[in-house]
Design a protein. Structure first.
Length: 218
């Protein structure tokens, strides 16, 4: 399954690369970045191999990338709350585990905050997951053990509240395909798979147009 997802991902990136224009990406949960796993195979950095040699594919994960009138900042390495938010999860963790999780979150926050502090142009914030506790991150699948929970990114929420980027583009949550305002930031859940497409046009530091298109072809 891992090899199949990597093969499919490479095929998609090669197709996008072929257009000869910049393609900005962050890793999600199917890009298989190195992680602390018992299985050594998953501790390899498959993500770096996935994008290797593709001259038009630009990784913005944990980076600030100037694209002229705007700057991309990316955060793609987490798929749920970076620090536990739900009491049942908190109760299942030891004090030491909670301290470790908090230290990890604080370090991550400092690293991403530095990127925002250096930005001098309107920011397009690319987050793998949408922000925590919005209409875009609630699990609506009644068969899920997390049904009814908000499961977005706490870091994305904190960065938006503190820095108010122009837009935050995320996904991961398959249940929602829409937008929401958090202060002055337009948060976009860009949807999942070939069934949905999102068109965002920016002009003069503002959103000129934002359209959500369900699949109408094939």
């Amino acid at each position: 399954m891992v090899l199949k997802s990597l093969s499919d991902g490479r095929e998609i990136l090669e197709f996008l690369d072929s257009f000869g224009v910049p393609v900005y990406i962050t890793p999600g949960n199917w890009e298989w970045i190195s992680r602390n796993e018992k299985w050594d195979f998953l501790n390899q950095d498959h993500y770096s191999k996935l994008k290797k040699g593709l001259k038009n594919v630009v990784d913005v994960d944990m980076r600030r990338v100037d694209i002229g009138n705007y700057e991309f900042i990316g955060h793609g390495r987490t798929s749920g709350p970076e620090y536990p938010q739900h009491q049942d999860v908190i109760d299942s963790m030891t004090e030491k585990e909670l301290e470790k999780a908090k230290a990890g979150y604080d370090k991550l926050t400092r690293n991403v905050s530095r990127l925002f502090d250096r930005a001098r142009k309107p920011v397009i914030f690319m987050s793998h997951n949408v922000p925590y506790n919005t209409s875009l991150d609630m699990i609506t699948n009644k068969e899920s053990p997390r049904y009814g929970y908000h499961y977005g990114s706490v870091l994305a929420r904190d960065m938006i509240e503190q820095y108010q980027p122009l837009v935050c583009i995320g996904g991961h949550m398959h249940e929602h395909f829409n937008k929401e305002m958090l202060g002055k930031t337009t948060v976009i859940n860009a949807g999942f798979g070939s069934q949905v497409n999102t068109l965002l046009i920016l002009e003069n530091g503002r959103i000129k147009s934002l359209k959500f298109h369900p699949k109408t072809y094939g």
